[in-house]
Design a protein around this ligand. Sequence first.
Ligand code: KG4
Ligand code: ZN
Length: 337
Amino acid sequence: MISILAIESSCDETAASVCRDKIILSNVISSQKIHEKYGGVVPELASRAHLQSIVPVVDQALEIAGLKLKDIDAFAFTQSPGLIGALLVGAEFAKSLSLAFDKPLIAVQHMQAHVLANLIQPVNGENKIPSFPFLCLTVSGGHTQIVVCESPLQQKIIGQTLDDAAGEAFDKSAKILGLPYPGGPLIDKYAKSGDPHKYHFPEPKIDALDFSFSGLKTAFLYFIRDNKLTNPHFLEENIADICASIQARIVSILLNKLKKAAEQTGIKDVCIAGGVSANSGLRTEFEKTGKEEGWNTFIPKFEYCTDNAAMIAITAYYKYLDSQFEDLAVVPSARTA
Ligand code: KG4
Ligand code: ZN
């Protein structure tokens, strides 16, 4: 049995998790509230908040797992991509522990980890996990990718966004509606009581398996502006239908490409991952599409969709088995390393 302590600090969540092999013993996440009033993540404030939270978050993760630092077999951290100052906090913390306890250090790529959240072993065996090769639609605040996962550490990107990420499409639409950051979960909330067929937004014609969301954002901006000109109360009167309709379009753009990817590859085990996979519209439509297409569908538990350290821990577990260790000279990188 291998116990790993993993740290995630790529953006505005300070998170720590302990796994024992593929089982997650603890998954602690401290979300930074400080950014709300700025309408987006402020990098310098994120780094400072990570510094404040990292000790209590790691302490709590160990306590919940019932382990001490001396029981840990390896220390893992998110190396890339992310905000460089934020990544540095987690990286240096993990390095210090690795040095102090003379245990291996493991560097993890955040997007690869989102995909592997689907491999986290359920404690009571109620969930199933996908078999290789599987397809994964990874949708987060910074990325939108379709990945063929051939083995835990072999992932091939076969489609990605050419401009905005799916999470940005949600957050920017929310901003146009005057909702606070991050707006994705709020659009999800309002959409629950709205009619997804009330308003129609364009689906971009993009080749291959790539995505584009910038045209949709512009169409949405003009749609809201024009309707507000004719009815100043348009937003308040129709917020649920507006949210349901824009959400339905983002979801259909994502799932149409995923269907195309499944047809092209012939792969039937299909997953979703990343912050946007917490969206209830996407989760429902994904399951529905899966039934129609004869897929075996997989969605990580809610807490493993948005940024978390459990996904870093499970990825580190596979890297440990493959002896993929780093020395103390390893540095984080803002771009995918
Ligand atoms: O994976 P994640 O937590 O962080 C990144 O790696 O970027 O994803 C964050 C993104 C944000 O854009 C946020 O608005 C979106 O995920 N998100 C959602 C929902 N929950 C989080 N978007 C739509 N509906 C949700 N329920
Ligand atoms: Zn993420």
